[in-house]
Design a protein around this ligand. Structure first.
Ligand SMILES: [Zn+2]
Length: 440
């Protein structure tokens, strides 16, 4: 492919030749070779394609066929009842109703009885906005069976049981439609996204291979870097790589320091960095201690980093531990955070400017479907948030590669041709030299 008249950072207006997967030449004037396709950029910017550094692909696909039951669309119990009733009317009888994005500001902490009152006639499952909690009504609990989770059956609350529930749901053909990963991929291609790091915890080998198959068969046209346990086997699919080992921490059930450090050592021994979910002060402190025992490997990362005290900044910088943040949460969730986050935590909450100023390596992820999936929304939030960092630095959060998230890629000869052509909107997206989206 020969891209004509593109504006490339560091080069100005020029022509760009792509051969196979790579950028071959960048020059003010190149002549078309026989058999070469050309693409007139008409002076638009040619930039590295965006990489989502933290996303949940299957959950995002599932959310496409779900009902949003949280703010800002649904704000109170009346709104929740109306939204469920409306979905009830449109779904076939007996089909599961899957609600997402719930937050207790709507109608308090949900339980089985509340859902039974709202909608007794069909199986209902509602996911909390954080993705950590599902609440099921009685009909749904009966269908999935809860023999090994009896203590949960009373409230209908399944805490951190996503993979357990997913396993049970496989026997539920009425759970609406198959996952449309192709729709997720196409929507992302339209936004200039050329790669995903899937951060789903507890991925089984079959889930890893399922995602790899979607890449192999072209449902997903981007690259996928998939977090997975250390024992996961590499499916050996082009554009698909195994990523860090995800470690989830929950304050009520924190592992012992030795156990935690042991998990880090096991991941590193398998040649894989760790990605530790840290949303509280104690989680970050424990992670620092565990990494100090186990040692840091390049690529080790903190997911979210929702609370980072000033004292942690030098530790993060010196060890090169990457923070993968969601720059848009403070804008999207401003109202809830103002009331939910204790005053003493506010200054350390979702920091970004302070991390960059301190020289900490930072990358961005949307955390879709738990955050808005549009990366441009997250980039715009970098201007609108408190202590804004500006558009250019916001964009750089999404320009790193899968294994070096905090180092922005460049458009240069020899680089992999994962590119976005950008005017007012995304005009074209290229993955590995192949045009995967063109606005026409
Ligand atoms: Zn996540």
């Amino acid at each position: 492919v020969l891209i004509l008249c593109a504006r490339v950072p560091g080069y100005g207006l020029c022509d760009v030749r792509i051969t196979g997967e790579l950028i071959r030449q960048i020059s003010p004037r190149l002549t078309r070779e026989p058999g070469e396709e050309d693409l007139d950029a008409r002076g638009r910017w040619l930039l590295p394609g965006l990489h989502y550094h933290h996303i949940h692909l299957c959950a995002l696909a599932a959310s496409l066929t779900s009902v949003l039951v949280g703010p800002p669309e649904v704000r109170d119990s009346g709104g929740l009842a109306a939204r469920l009733a409306e979905a009830d009317r449109t779904l076939p009888s007996g089909a599961w109703l899957r609600g997402t994005g719930y937050h207790e500001s709507v109608a308090g902490l949900l339980d089985r009885d509340t859902l039974d009152r709202l909608l007794p006639g069909r199986p209902v499952r509602i996911q909390h906005r954080t993705g950590e909690l599902w609440v099921l009504n009685s009909r749904a609990l009966d269908l999935v069976g809860h023999g090994d989770a009896t203590e949960l059956a009373g409230s209908g609350r399944l805490w951190r049981m996503d993979s357990w529930l997913a396993q049970r749901m496989r026997t539920q053909p009425a759970d609406a439609l198959p996952l449309d990963l192709a729709a997720v991929s196409a929507a992302a291609a339209q936004l200039g996204v050329t790669g995903f790091t899937d951060a789903t915890p507890d991925m089984t080998d079959s889930a890893v291979h399922g995602l790899a198959d979607a890449v192999k068969h072209g449902e997903i046209v981007q690259r996928v870097h998939c977090m997975a346990p250390p024992e996961a086997t590499d499916p050996g699919v082009d554009r698909f790589t195994l990523g860090p080992v995800k470690i989830i921490l929950d304050d009520p059930a924190l592992p012992s320091l030795d156990e935690f450090a042991g998990r880090v050592v096991a991941a590193h021994a398998a040649g894989r960095p760790v990605a530790v979910h840290c949303v509280t002060r104690v989680q970050l402190a424990l992670t620092q201690a565990a990494l100090d025992i186990a040692g840091v490997m390049p690529g080790d990362r903190i997911e979210h980093g929702a609370i980072i005290g000033a004292a942690s900044l030098p530790w993060l910088r010196e060890r090169g531990v990457i923070v993968v943040t969601q720059p848009h949460f403070v804008v999207e969730r401003a109202e809830q955070y103002a009331s939910d986050v204790p005053a003493e935590d506010q200054p350390d909450h979702w920091r970004l400017n302070a991390l960059l100023t301190a020289g900490v390596r930072v990358a961005g992820g949307t955390d879709a479907p738990f955050g808005n999936p549009n990366p441009w929304n997250a980039i715009r939030a970098c201007v609108r948030r408190p202590a804004p960092i500006g558009l250019a630095r916001g964009l750089r959060l999404f320009l790193g590669s899968a294994d070096q998230p905090a180092r922005a890629r460049r458009v240069a000869p020899g680089a992999v041709a994962d590119l976005v052509l950008l005017g007012q909107h995304v005009a074209a997206t290229i993955v590995g030299g192949r045009l995967v989206y063109h606005s026409g």
